[in-house]
Design a protein around this ligand. Structure first.
Ligand code: SF4
Ligand code: SF4
Length: 332
């Protein structure tokens, strides 16, 4: 396959090869992202071009009130072929991450300078974690600055092209916003209603949904492509357009009203529906059954919670900690 995208692709390939990622694997990765975006194999070339375009924006990633599980969902990903563990390298390299507190070596003033420098040119902002708002945000600070002030500075800069709220905490407040929400934690859009925010929720989210959203945002910036279509909760419909239930392999059992009544029952092991054990798949929008998690085999993960025998708890829905609990009881 011949790709013509200036020096970006050659540079990216060289960088990745130094880290043990071959060109073939990079294109395979781009094919997986294309498939996640609902496109055919030919679209891999477009994805490669977007991820290596000379004028692509960098990514600044800020942490707020959270468990860092969303970052971990990327860092703990296994490889494309199940043998080598480089997919985190691939993702973190190709999205041109300029600032990320969890993984960068810099600390203290060096880190602050890195953020200051990264904000001098156009960037996509990724926010992980809810924003504590009570008492002027004093319950969440980094380097003496409140999280709300940090996000405000980054999201209102003229260089911020768009913001991706990654994970349910950043999208809707998450666990710290669950009742009684002692710090008045909120999602990014609730705090900055005028900003362009795309939500990629999940607890944790699927990292391929993040990369697909970054690719779509880069295409919007570099090729004036339209922004991805969003649902009423600001989620890209290409990833969150269908319920978990509508894509679930246990659905034929639901239709026949064959419900497992305990986790250790032979019926649960035979794949019967987990609805009566509390599954919230019918009211949850996400692509877990089709994209799955863990090492990839032919572009799809090897497993997902319901396949492994655990009900969906609705983690990509707003306020799911309150709305979907008790998790092991049927929805009322
Ligand atoms: S296990 Fe959950 S998502 Fe799957 S069919 Fe049953 S209710 Fe639907
Ligand atoms: S199956 Fe449900 S709870 Fe589990 S990750 Fe997917 S949306 Fe979240």
């Amino acid at each position: 396959m011949k790709i013509s995208v200036g020096h970006g692709l050659a540079d990216a390939e060289k960088r990745l090869e130094e880290r043990g990622v071959s060109r073939r694997d990079f294109m395979k990765f781009c094919g997986i992202i294309a498939a996640t975006m609902g496109m055919g194999p030919a679209y891999a070339t477009e994805v490669a071009a977007a991820l290596t375009a000379d004028n692509r924006p960098s990514v600044i990633w800020l942490h707020n009130a959270e468990c860092t599980g969303c970052s971990e969902s990327i860092l703990r990903m296994a490889s494309i072929d199940g043998k080598t563990a480089y997919i985190d390298t691939l993702i973190l390299d190709v999205i041109s991450l300029e600032y990320q507190e969890t993984i960068m070596a810099a600390a203290g003033e060096m880190a602050e300078k890195a953020l200051h420098d990264a904000m001098k040119k156009p960037y996509l902002l990724v926010v992980e974690g809810g924003i504590p708002m009570k008492d002027n945000g004093i319950y969440g600070k980094v380097g003496g600055v409140t999280m709300v002030e940090m996000v405000k500075k980054a999201i209102t800069s003229k260089n911020c092209l768009a913001t991706i709220a990654y994970g349910t905490c950043a999208a809707y407040g998450g666990v710290q916003a669950a009742k009684p929400n002692p710090t008045d934690a909120k999602g990014v859009k609730a705090v900055f209603p005028k900003s362009l925010v795309i939500n990629v929720p999940g607890c944790p989210p699927n990292p391929y949904n993040l990369v697909g959203t970054v690719v779509a945002a880069i295409m919007t910036v570099t090729k004036k492509a339209p922004l991805p279509a969003l649902d009423g909760d600001l989620r890209p419909t290409v990833f969150f357009g269908q319920t978990v239930h509508d894509q679930c392999e246990r659905q034929p059992f639901f239709e026949k009203e064959q419900f497992a009544m305990s986790f250790d029952s032979p019926e649960a092991k035979k794949g019967w529906c987990l609805y009566k054990l509390g599954c919230k798949g019918p009211s949850t929008y996400n692509n877990c059954p089709t994209k799955k998690f863990n090492p990839l085999d032919k572009g799809v993960g090897v497993n997902w919670p319901v396949q492994a025998g655990h009900p969906c708890i609705g983690c990509s829905e707003p306020n799911f900690w309150d709305k979907m609990s008790p998790f092991y009881e049927m929805e009322k």
